[in-house]
Ligand binder design. Structure first.
Ligand code: NAP
Ligand code: MG
Length: 402
């Protein structure tokens, strides 16, 4: 069989610890034998980020703007312990944060559903994709403890010095207060990323806020979404027969619990934080959750939702066997390869991505899986394998299919 050719390079962002080990195995076993893999390689491993003063992270994000599609391995976000472990010059920022800021993107997370690992909510037949607005609100709030009686106000001072004031509360006893903000541009970018991803994946888009109570703050989110939709996306949605559906956040939560799935749920920052954990835990495993960053201009960066699986890596370093789940990392590659194929009109690359995903799911549904899944599956006669064993089993299934 001839290897599949690629015309445009994929931006490849390598990472850390156990996922870096899986990364190499996936390329060796599941990609190189079948594809003339064309990537522009950026090593986002913490050592190399430190050597380059984190310039490599910025370069990789810029490359994503140039080529349009990236695939990223999980990376360490340094903390105090990592400063000593890696002898870092600085506590470098989260690469995901840096990349997201440069691409101005929104993260979409969806569970990978397989038979034998059914969602805890029995009516969910298809994945629910969560899109979280990753800017502002309580995450950039300023807070105060109010020590005793007194007046708290919001004050806006325009550049010309004029002031607008709004009373928050006349305190008669101690209390607490919080100020938060968002920016119309950021909400617009969020809306555009959501509408384009809905079109891209041909799924309905749901959005919800508490606009009945928050008549200016949340209502602005609702209005911006509607304006952007009507002006730029309505026609395309009608053409595809998909829907933009706005409702109150409590109504959305109630409907999600009765829904079949198969839609995108756009959430404000806090709602997305909370609801993505609900969806992922209801679907079984963080190792079965995909993640894609979509910029309003239509740049894509695919990755797994989980981290570098540090505990397994230390076992691996100690020479012990690991059983780390590579499914979400495999799906990061297939997502990126399919998108590359779509943009470059390479049918075989898209078909290959579909087949590799099917081979991965079939392998699990036929009973071969890593330990994390073996512990929660309803399948019987399960063959729990190690990290490498799983990837080799997927390769065997894939070779049968091709
Ligand atoms: P983690 O890598 O997500 O792993 C936490 C635990 O979840 C693991 O110890 C393991 O449980 C289980 N798990 C996660 N992924 C798994 C997989 N693929 N297969 C099997 N089990 C899996 O989080 P962490 O260990 O707390 O964080 C490690 C590093 O990842 C941190 O430095 C953090 O900054 C980074 N991180 C990066 C990203 C990213 O790049 N997107 C995201 C999150 C965290 P058991 O130990 O019980 O087996
Ligand atoms: Mg959270």
């Amino acid at each position: 069989m001839d290897k599949i050719k690629m015309t445009t390079p994929l931006v490849e962002m390598d990472g850390d610890e156990m996922t870096r080990i899986l990364w190499q195995m996936i390329k060796d076993e599941l990609l190189y034998p079948f594809i003339d893999l064309n990537t522009e390689y950026y090593d986002l491993g913490l050592e190399h980020r430190n050597e380059t003063d984190d310039q490599v992270t910025i370069d990789s994000a810029e490359a994503t703007k140039k080529y349009g599609v990236a695939v990223k391995c999980a990376t360490i976000t340094p903390n105090a312990a990592r400063m000593t472990e890696y002898d870092l010059k600085e506590m470098w920022k989260s690469p995901n944060g840096t990349i997201r800021a440069i691409l101005d993107g929104t993260v979409f997370r969806a569970p990978i559903q397989v038979k034998g690992i059914e969602p805890k909510v029995s009516c969910w037949k298809k994945p629910i994709t969560i899109a979280r607005h990753a800017y502002g609100d309580v995450y950039k709030g300023s807070e105060m403890k109010v020590p005793g009686p007194g007046k708290v106000e919001l004050v806006y001072t325009a550049e010309d010095g004029t002031e607008v004031r709004e009373l928050v509360h006349n305190f008669t006893s101690p209390g607490i207060v919080q100020g938060m903000h968002n920016i119309n541009n950021s909400i617009e970018s969020f809306a555009r990323s959501c509408f384009s991803y809905a079109i891209d994946t041909k799924q309905d888009l749901w959005f919800a806020t508490k606009d009945t109570i928050s008549k200016k703050y949340d209502h602005t989110f609702k209005d911006i979404f509607q304006e952007v939709f009507d002006a730029e996306y309505k026609e395309k949605f009608d053409e595809l027969g998909i829907e933009y559906f706005y409702t109150l956040i409590d109504d959305a939560v109630a409907r999600v619990m009765r829904a079949e799935g198969g839609f995108i749920w756009a959430c404000k920052n806090y709602d997305g934080d909370v609801m993505s954990d609900m969806i992922s835990s209801a679907c079984g495993s963080l190792a079965m959750m995909t993640s894609v960053l979509v910029s309003p201009q239509g740049y894509y960066e695919y990755e797994a939702a989980h981290g570098t699986v540090q505990r397994h890596y230390y076992k691996h370093l100690a020479g012990e066997e690991t059983s780390t789940n590579s499914v979400a990392t495999i799906f990061a590659w297939t997502g990126a390869l399919r998108k590359r194929g779509e943009l470059d009109g390479i049918e075989e690359l898209m078909t290959f991505a579909d087949k590799l995903e099917k081979a991965t799911i079939d392998t699990i549904e036929n009973g071969t899986m890593t330990k994390d899944l073996a512990l929660i599956t309803s399948l019987e006669n399960v063959n729990a394998v190690n990290s490498e064993g799983f990837i080799k089993a997927v390769r065997a299934t894939l070779e049968e299919m091709l």
